[in-house]
Design a protein around this ligand. Structure first.
Ligand code: SF4
Length: 332
């Protein structure tokens, strides 16, 4: 049991770091006056998918490598370009959303969109246009999702996604872990999260206690695209999560100008492995509106994958995954 005062101190620490993020076009212009983008375009982009970047990310060096990392999070005028195959629902999430709010696309597992909040707004996000619920997450919000899972005995795995599920309060996560563990056919709970790599302080003792005390199989899938997103504080957080008997994996997205080289991806796999994380998926970019500047041709993708296989042992090569709306599985 965590003393209440100590738990709230940990919560305050990560929330303080989150609150110090840069929110919106004006704050970004003040923090990064050298940003090469027309102010009218910047405001339009901000209105379509709000700018949100932890200030610490901008406060570091301006090397080319750093600029590649930041390209994931900095607005780009090309977000205003629409290609004919761009979509607001590129992987069919909206059409697969049940009245209960869960997304059911594949056999035996469901995805619960827990929150619209993320530690950072990734400009390539496939859910950047998702119609998130507007109310604050609370136990009442999840009643129908829990009922859906109780009623469908074919479901054995629940994925807490978002937004980012670690934007929820630890007490609410504790409630969800407990409620799902009371459903006899649910065996596994999975968290898809970017929080620990962006704000490692989010991995609080209370969260670790929730993981450690759950009798479900637990899987934590991080979302890291660039090796420089792995630092000592994140590695400590991963180690603490692993001590709770949680399986730790990573999924990346292959992004033009960010991680589109076999050398960089091989470095990422090695750094993940050294941190105790196995590379799991390398996603092809989903064609969400406003993300065309991150696209990579099929030919270049195939070349990178072959070079990656040449450099790495098989267990460090992530599966190249494509998601097509309406399919009963991802395509590998
Ligand atoms: S953290 Fe995930 S859900 Fe949130 S903006 Fe980034 S890619 Fe999208």
């Amino acid at each position: 049991m965590i003393p209440r005062k100590s738990a709230s101190e940990h919560t305050l620490r990560w929330k303080k770091e989150f609150a110090a993020s840069i929110f919106g076009a004006q704050a970004l212009t003040e923090s990064l006056p050298q940003l090469d983008i027309d102010s009218e375009d910047l405001n339009k982009i901000d209105a379509l998918f709000p700018i949100q970047i932890p200030s610490g990310l901008l406060a570091q060096s301006s090397s080319a490598r750093r600029q590649a990392l930041l390209r994931q999070y900095l607005p780009n005028a090309q977000e205003l370009v629409d290609l004919h195959d761009d979509s607001n629902d590129p992987v069919g999430d909206i059409s697969a959303t049940q009245p209960s709010g869960v997304i059911k696309k594949y056999a035996h597992r469901v995805l619960v969109v827990t929150s619209s909040t993320c530690p950072v707004h990734c400009r390539y996000c496939f859910r950047k246009n998702y119609p998130y619920a507007k109310d604050n997450p609370n136990t009442h919000r999840f009643e129908s999702a829990l009922k859906f899972c109780r009623d469908d005995t074919s479901i054995n795995e629940v994925i807490l996604s978002g937004g980012d599920p670690l934007s929820l309060e630890d007490e609410l996560l504790e409630y969800l872990f407990s409620a799902f563990s009371e459903i006899p056919h649910i065996k596994t709970i999975r968290l898809h999260t970017k929080f620990p790599s962006i704000i490692p302080k989010r991995v609080t003792p209370h969260l670790l206690s929730v993981l450690a005390h759950s009798k479900l199989n637990k899987v934590c899938v991080f979302h890291i695209n660039h090796p420089d997103e792995i630092n000592a504080e994140f590695c400590d957080a991963v180690l603490a999560i692993k001590k709770t008997d949680t399986v730790t994996l990573n999924q990346s997205v292959l992004l033009n100008g960010v991680n589109d080289s076999a050398e960089l991806l091989a470095e990422l796999s090695h750094k993940l492995f050294n941190a105790g994380i196995l590379p799991y998926y390398l996603h092809r970019l989903d064609h969400a509106k406003g993300t065309s500047h991150f696209r990579i041709s099929s030919e270049k993708t195939a070349k990178i994958m072959q070079q990656l296989k040449n450099q790495l042992p098989g267990y460090l090569v992530p599966k190249l995954a494509t998601e097509i709306a309406g399919h009963t599985s991802k395509l590998y």
